[in-house]
Design a protein around this ligand. Sequence first.
Ligand code: BYC
Length: 475
Amino acid sequence: MTAINYAERIPNNVNLAHDRTLQRALEHWQPKFLDWWRELGPNDFAGNDVYLRTAVGVDAQGWASYGYVKMPDYRWGIFLADQVAERKIGFGDVYGQPAWQQVPGELRSQFRRLIVTQGDTEPASVEQQHLLGHTCPSLYDLRNLFQVNVEEGRHLWAMVYLLHAYFGRDGREEAEELLARHSGDADKPRILGTFNEPISDWLSFFCFTYFTDRDGKFQLKCLAESGFDPLARTCRFMLTEEAHHMFVGETGLGRVVKRTLEVMKELGTEDPEAVRRAGAVDLPLLQRYLNFWFSSSVDLFGSEVSSNAATTFANGIKGRPDEGQYADHVCTDATLAIAVPDGAGGVKEETASLRNAMNEVAREAYAKDCELGVRRWNMQIQRAGVDFRLALPSTRFRRQIGAWAGVPTDPQGRPIAREAYEQGLRGWLPSEADRSFVHSLMHRVVEPGKMAAWIAPPDRGVNNLAVDYEYVRLG
Ligand code: BYC
């Protein structure tokens, strides 16, 4: 296993001490990161001990070491998965060539753009979740929020390391900009749409970690295939941490469903208004939250047909998720049928070159993965004998990027008149009343083991500890 050197100011397993210039540049960025964290991270909890996981190595045994830490003292660092000896590039025109240890000059700006886009999402999510700690439904959930936050902070470090180490002055400037753009800022917003959406309630947080972190999973999988080996290794390690974020989303939403079903049973009714009066989240409301966050997150894959995507695939920059599962890694002649608007209120099928359709390939894999949780929640609902099913909307619904951007469809993806769409949205997306109801549920519950009334307890605690363990010492 590659041990992580914690004796240094910046923990790392990249032998930072041997590159004094890089080390100094990163040490120069570090206080700016900490200032940003203190200002826009979960700063009201800076003095509290939080039971956190910190990586001490990058293998299966080493990456999860638990203990109490005050968040500003968390050891953010640079951890790359172990190098695979003689790794070959697995796709594109450069298929079979040795992976690059440096960025090829002619691909520099494309790599920089992708690394900056990825890097931008990480601090954005911490900013979005900045105030959530005040309304946590339990200490267990509070701890999970903070775990997600510190790891997103570390993922920012992962991208900043690449920018500093491989992109010279441009890279250093981009690293500064990552701390200058802010989620929802009118003048300097974050790059991608979803990362400017506010997350001011925990139902949104669970949807975000279920849907948006899952986009992270698929984008990281694509970048983990990259011909640029340091990027591939960074993303491989980030994926191990990302899994926990999706766990938080899936179990969070599953616990909401469970509690709602309990309340329905207690009341002996499925009436959404009665469920609300009893302080739980009615299932139609949950469906509207799913519609909102899924449709926002599918935009993150970019356009269905994208010359950027074709170039990054051809050049060995960004592969498909789990590239190894495909037989053809070059894809010069392959095509993909894509449903696009026909301009007359209908749908037509267009045949795109597969290389141009790589964003769609990733989006389809993502949508399939999103279905798994929905199926599990529906099983809970079915077992409770309740006649309601949750469903993901079509990937055409409410798009702002790509072929379906601005095209009015219903949640099943059928094109409809704009008026019907505007009207329909009131029932398809959370209304002001829905949001204020959800906000009214957001009361802070911090007695160890206690849960807010709208969410069931988790099946188990963290790291085999009890659910009523004091995961955050608020003292
Ligand atoms: N909003 O040809 P197009 C995560 C831009 S999440 C705004 O359609 P392309 C995380 C695009 O940048 C994972 N702009 O697609 C989760 C381009 O602009 P420029 C984040 C958008 O180029 C939770 C233009 O539209 N990772 O890790 O193939 C918590 C035309 O683009 C959007 C990545 O994003 C949008 N939704 O781009 C924490 C991976 N979509 O350059 C973390 C890196 C597209 O022409 N990024 N645009 O000005 C990429 O791979 C690509 O940039 C995209 C698709 C996936 C975004």
